[in-house]
Design a protein around this ligand. Structure first.
Ligand SMILES: Cc1ncc(C[n+]2csc(CCOP(=O)(O)OP(=O)(O)O)c2C)c(N)n1
Ligand SMILES: [Mg+2]
Length: 678
């Protein structure tokens, strides 16, 4: 169905501050048109929700227009970066797209920009650098910082706009990101939409140190100021224009505490009974839209203003009709769109052409070196990875050769740094982020699983990201430096996982992960980093690392494992072959997500027996999924119950005696298999 033509007054989505001086009355009328459309649109969305035509909930921006309309008009939509919040419907209207597209999102119909996979205002327009918000408040700030930096790295003088509420300003990501933006000198304007409440909680219950939120910026070396955006629109617009111009030219971040209103409570279901008697009337008395309307009637006459309103209202109703008439979404294709499709291989140089004897850490260093030499869009980041070369020296020498900003040390802020990496990835860069230990990735759980992992499914935008996880135990590092987190992270959709057990596979895995259009976790067992040196060479079949490796042939049982356990499994298989002439068909899984199990299934069809071995905990462990997926087809033909060998269901204990009792060891593996064989 064709979209209705917008009224002429909406033709331009841009505003230069000088226009307010050159033709103040007409400029204000043009701004009023956007404010009226945003307000009426929000009101109609609320009504349609109450009629049951919009699902989920709706969180209106009534009272936020005095901020979001001038700011969105002033931004350079061809350069700048934004992530609107649940109060910023008006910003979406101005930034890009047709009103119908935004309504399609609310109606969650077949033409919704998120394919109806996300609700109400959780959409964006990534090609135009409007980044879709996730519900987790505060989480989008770092992503805006990343895309803004990506723009700057491309030589574009962009400014990022990171919006968040007074309540959201209590989240850790806000602090991590303001610090990061100041450290990296990123031109991001952090805008607190302070409407006085977080759901029912007043601002004074969010902070002990007073309610002047703008003062927090001093702690990060960021300039800041407060601005009442419910007041005079011309003054607000001029203040915002000056701030944008300053950030654009200095490249430094800034914090603006914008006082706004929340005229309709938190959301459609909010009873607002926490407000004091008459408090709501006070909000409406401060509403800038009726005041501006009165001014415009004085300057243009009532008929002119009403004519604009009538045209906008008719346009809105026509658009609602179109959106309502659009078919409902189909579940077809959902499962195929969890991951971005495979891209063609990069034209890698066939180097190194002569095999080098390397350990696993050196193999990864070599792959990083190759990527940084051949792929200018790559960015390598992590804690202590610069001069120091990383906790495990995997990045040794790279800073010297490639310098900043290709390689950067990050502060201890895993969440914001991962959000920043996501932002880089959404704009054409390809970050590789080292976590000092895999265990610290739990700090970035929201960013990894909910922001990056769901990105393609809900927005259609690829999020190519390599997350390097030095993992695993056996080194007496205790619970916080030894974990195997594959079942924890990979139970969430949209994340790929590779777990190499040899130096060559590690080299191949990093190249394969790098050119994949999805977030890929690269599990690197710390005990393998320096264990032995084996030949590493350019391998044109590097993408085969997404398939299991057949390590050893046998016929008694199919034996599946990965990571460091591959080496224990080989020793075990050797033992059984030489002592009992019992042979195992041994597979190194290599790719943990997506699972490609065809060759292993074929083996199981032949052997009828299955052994699964992994280092992580047994209950809810990765082996449970492997056993289920491998046996459901052959259950009736199995000759024995599948055997799962894993760690005990404990936190990783520290002392070597305790850790040995916790983890699978060669002796325990042999014992368990012997008992299983009867
Ligand atoms: C991290 C997080 N915790 C809790 C929620 C649930 N929640 C949604 S909106 C909201 C209040 C947000 O208040 P504020 O940041 O001031 O924004 P406002 O709604 O007032 O614009 C809460 C608690 C959430 N979305 N994210
Ligand atoms: Mg609030």
């Amino acid at each position: 169905m064709a979209f209705p033509t917008p009224p002429a007054i909406l033709t331009s989505r841009d505003l230069r501050a000088a226009e307010l001086e050159q033709s103040p009355a007409d400029t204000l009328l043009r701004m009023y048109a956007w404010m009226h459309l945003a307000r009426t649109g929000d009101n109609r969305i609320l009504e349609l929700f109450r009629q049951g035509l919009i699902r989920g909930t709706v969180t209106g921006g009534q009272g936020n227009e005095g901020l979001i309309i001038p700011l969105a008009l002033l931004a350079d939509k061809s350069l700048d970066v934004v992530s609107f919040t649940h109060r910023d419907f008006g910003g979406h209207l101005i930034w890009s797209g047709h009103l119908c597209e935004h309504l399609n999102q609310y109606f969650a119909n077949a033409a919704s920009p998120t394919k109806a996979r996300e609700g109400n205002i959780h959409h964006g327009d990534i090609p135009n650098r409007s980044l879709p918000m996730i519900s987790h408040l505060g989480a989008m700030l770092s992503t805006v910082a990343g895309t803004t930096d990506s723009q700057r790295r491309k030589g574009k003088p962009a400014v990022g706009f990171a919006f968040f509420g007074d309540g959201s300003s209590s989240t850790g990501d806000v602090h991590e990101t303001m610090n990061l933006a100041s450290l990296l000198s990123l031109p991001v304007i952090f805008v607190i939409e302070n409407n006085g409440y977080a759901y029912s909680t007043p601002t004074c219950e969010q902070f002990a140190a007073g309610t002047e939120l703008w003062k927090r910026a001093a702690g990060y070396g960021i300039e800041s100021f407060a601005l009442d955006t419910t007041g005079d629109l011309t003054k607000t617009t001029q203040a915002l224009a000056a701030a944008i111009a300053k950030v654009r030219s200095t490249g430094r971040p800034m914090l603006i505490e914008a006082h706004t209103l929340r005229l309709r409570g938190h959301a459609a279901y909010d009873t607002c009974d926490y407000l004091l008697p008459g408090e709501s009337d006070g909000f409406f008395a401060r509403d800038s839209i009726p005041r501006l309307r009165a001014e415009l009637i004085a300057s243009h006459g009532a008929p002119a203003v009403e004519a604009v309103e009538n045209e906008l209202n008719a346009f809105l109703e026509a658009c609602i009709k179109v959106a309502l008439a659009t078919p409902r979404p189909s579940p077809a294709g959902m499962e195929a769109e969890v991951f971005a499709p495979a891209s063609p291989p990069y034209p890698w140089k066939p180097e190194p052409s002569v095999p080098a004897q390397l350990n696993l850490a050196q193999a990864i260093n070599l792959a990083l070196h190759k990527i940084m030499s051949e792929r200018p869009e790559s960015v390598v980041m992590g804690q202590d990875i610069g001069t120091y070369g990383g906790a495990f020296k995997v990045t040794e020498g790279l800073l010297k050769e490639f310098g900043r900003p290709r390689l950067l040390n990050t502060p201890l802020a895993e969440s914001a740094c991962t959000g920043y990496a996501i932002g880089l990835a959404l704009n054409g860069h390809r970050p590789i982020e080292e976590f000092q230990f895999a265990d610290f990735a739990t700090e970035a759980t929201t960013q990894i699983t909910l922001n990056a992992g769901t990105m393609f499914f809900r927005s259609g935008a690829p999020c190519p990201l390599v997350l390097r996880f030095p993992c695993g135990g056996g080194l007496t590092f205790g619970s916080f430096h030894s974990q195997e987190l594959e079942s924890f992270f990979l139970s969430m959709p949209g994340l790929k996982g590779l777990y190499p057990s040899t130096a060559q596979d590690a080299f191949n895995a990093l190249l394969a992960a790098y050119e994949d259009n999805n977030p890929v976790i690269l599990f690197e067992h710390k005990a393998l980093y320096r264990r032995s040196r084996t030949p590493v060479v350019w391998d044109p079949h590097y993408r085969q690392v997404w398939e299991p490796r057949h390590v050893r042939a046998g016929d008694y049982a199919t034996f599946v494992t990965y990571g460091e356990m591959v080496h224990l499994a080989e020793e075990t298989a050797e033992y059984f072959a030489s002592e009992y002439e019992v042979t195992f068909d041994l597979f190194d899984l290599r790719a943990l997500s997506p699972l490609r199990l065809d060759s292993i299934r074929a083996s199981l069809a032949r052997t009828g027996r299955l052994v699964v071995l992994h280092e992580g905990r047994r209950t809810h462990g990765f082996g449970a999924e492997l056993v289920a997926q491998l046996t459901e087809e052959f259950f009736s033909r199995l000759k024995a119950a599948p055997l799962r060998i894993a760690a005990l269901d404990l936190p990783v204990p520290f002392a070597p005696e305790l850790e040995n009792a916790f983890r699978p060891t060669k002796e325990k593996i042999i014992d368990t298999i012997t008992r299983w064989m009867g």
